[in-house]
Design a binder for this molecule. Structure first.
Ligand SMILES: *Cc1c(COP(=O)(O)O)cnc(C)c1O
Length: 376
């Protein structure tokens, strides 16, 4: 029987070579040669003003919450259909999370609902580019400018994906909001085991971001010779990864184009070959709006109901193929419900019950999955 996992971390072959090199360089704590190499790569390739590698996307989101000075009682708007870290980062600083529903055609935040959720306490909007597909950033940035809000992109899944706004300029996801958080967790396209990055697009945050990153000290400025001693200047934590992680990441970045090409080809193969089967079974294929690109992060189906999804998962499992559902909406989580909020989000619930993710990884034999799905 075939055995197809849902995800399999892909190694380019040079990870151990660069790790060995990092060790030989004699400096394996953070912010060394490989950290700076990776950060510069992202800054020049995607136009981020400044990048800081972090130990996870969760950490990058926590840094963002500190940077925008979230205080007790501030409100932060985000989709309910997301990973817990999107919310937790702000809850840790005392924010009240206001959940928005998903779009009809996509699990991403319903941009048209946002304005009705803004109050005098709203401090930020956190759009999540689900499956690496852009939210409509023009709508979100216009609202943010109008009401004086920050936008923090949860770009955990959105590496190498783009948004083309009304001005016709194609911008990398993560380069549009004031701040953006990426993940290099082993389930993402580009990996380092655990890992992440904060992109700082609003220059006013650049200096303080570095301080928060380095445990609240001005150590980075000290090593650049900008101050003659370093000390405690702000709150902060240990958000930076070691050089060993950055060296691993560098091996991935050298192969980014190849990884992306292969994943997108898998995605397109699924999309094309499942047309007939999905329409026969009243299942929806993913939709990429005209302003967005597909980065091959995830291939999902929207089943007609929970029962159908469970049947497909079970059938595939019996064939040795692991397909999985995704988020349990945060507004229905034990943590949030315990706070007695009566939030009703219809679309979010549909995606919680009906969205099914098919295996997606570099070495996947996508034909095998397609064959097993459609032969029934
Ligand atoms: C993976 C993911 C995260 C968390 O990333 P970590 O690097 O594991 O902390 C946050 N948000 C979204 C939308 C994700 O997909």
């Amino acid at each position: 029987m075939i055995n197809i996992p849902f995800n399999k971390p892909y190694l380019t072959g040079k990870e151990l070579f660069y790790i060995e090199d990092a060790v030989k360089k004699g400096k394996i704590s953070g912010n060394g040669y490989y950290t700076q190499l990776c950060q510069k790569y992202f800054e020049s390739k995607y136009g981020f003003n400044k990048c800081l590698l972090t130990t996870s996307c969760t950490d990058a989101l926590e840094m963002a919450a500190i940077l925008i000075d979230i205080k007790e009682g501030d409100e932060v708007i985000m989709p309910s259909y997301t990973f817990v870290s999107t919310a937790n980062a702000f809850v840790l600083r005392g924010a009240k999370i206001v959940f928005a529903d998903s779009r009809l055609d996509h699990p991403g935040i319903d941009e048209d609902q946002l304005e009705s959720l803004i109050t005098s306490k709203t401090k930020a909007i956190v759009p999540v580019h689900y499956a690496g597909v852009a939210c409509d950033m023009d709508k979100i940035m216009n609202l943010a400018n109008q009401y004086g809000l920050y936008v923090i992109e949860d770009a955990a899944q959105a590496i190498d994906s783009f948004y083309t706004g009304k001005d016709g300029i194609k911008k990398a996801l993560g380069s549009i909001g004031h701040l953006a958080a990426f993940s290099f967790h082993e389930t993402k396209n580009i990996i380092s085991g655990e890992g992440g990055m904060l992109a700082i697009n609003d220059r006013k945050f650049a200096e303080r971001a570095e301080i928060i990153w380095e445990k609240g000290t001005n150590r980075s400025a000290f090593f650049r010779g900008e101050v003659d001693k370093y000390g405690w200047v702000d709150i902060g934590s240990s958000f930076l990864p070691s050089e060993i992680i950055a060296a691993f990441l560098w091996a991935q970045l050298e192969n980014l184009e190849d990884i992306q090409q292969v994943r997108i080809a898998h995605w397109e193969n699924y999309h094309q070959k499942l047309q007939e089967w999905t329409s026969d079974n009243l299942i929806q294929l993913p939709v990429i709006p005209s302003y967005a690109t597909n980065n091959g992060h995830m291939f999902y189906l929207i089943c007609k109901n929970l029962k159908q999804r469970t049947t497909i998962i079970d059938n595939l499992k019996s064939e040795g193929i692991l397909s999985v559902f995704h988020y349990i909406s945060l507004h229905r989580s034990q943590f949030y419900k315990g706070k007695n909020f009566n939030t009703v989000l219809k679309q979010t619930d549909i995606f919680s019950d009906c969205l099914l993710r098919l295996p997606m990884y570099y070495e996947l034999k996508v034909e095998d999955v397609i064959y097993k799905i459609t032969e029934k």
